[in-house]
Design a protein around this ligand. Structure first.
Ligand code: HEC
Length: 111
């Protein structure tokens, strides 16, 4: 069992009930090697260390949470016309993981 960043997941769960809410960044002390950090680790090969890209692939860190989530949902559903690899990649992630990843990358502060 790994620790879960509560502020993130709470925002995610509440947003399912109440509609979009601002994602609250967890203080550094609350997010050790959490499960979302492990998930996000797989993205950094392409999206740059910590989601800060210096290549043609868009950076994720600090982007708007709702936009990140919508983009990932579109990839997963095959709705993103500009997508190449992400359509296939996002099929491996469920709704909760997508929400957690969006929240994670939207946080400006380094984990
Ligand atoms: C194999 C390389 C690769 C990996 C791994 C990868 N991505 Fe991507 N990602 C891309 C590319 C390339 C694009 C541009 C859209 C496309 O071509 O599919 C993209 C686009 C995106 C976008 C849209 C960004 C924007 O500004 O519109 C999001 C969000 C995203 N990826 C999230 C993720 C997440 C989260 C992960 C890890 C779970 C991840 N990606 C892993 C290559 C990758």
């Amino acid at each position: 069992m790994m620790p879960i960043p509560y502020s993130c997941l709470c925002a995610v769960l509440l947003s399912l009930v109440l509609g979009p809410m601002p994602c609250v960044a967890a203080p550094a002390a609350e997010s050790p090697a959490s499960s979302v950090a492990v998930l996000a680790g797989g993205c950094t090969n392409c999206h740059g260390p910590d989601g800060r890209s210096s290549s043609a692939i868009p950076g994720l860190r600090g982007q708007d949470e709702a936009r990140l989530r919508a983009r990932m949902q579109d990839f997963r559903a095959g709705r993103a016309g500009d997508a190449t690899v992400m359509t296939r990649l996002m099929k491996a992630y469920d709704e909760a993981q997508i929400a957690a990843l969006a929240c994670w990358f939207a946080m400006e502060a380094r984990p």
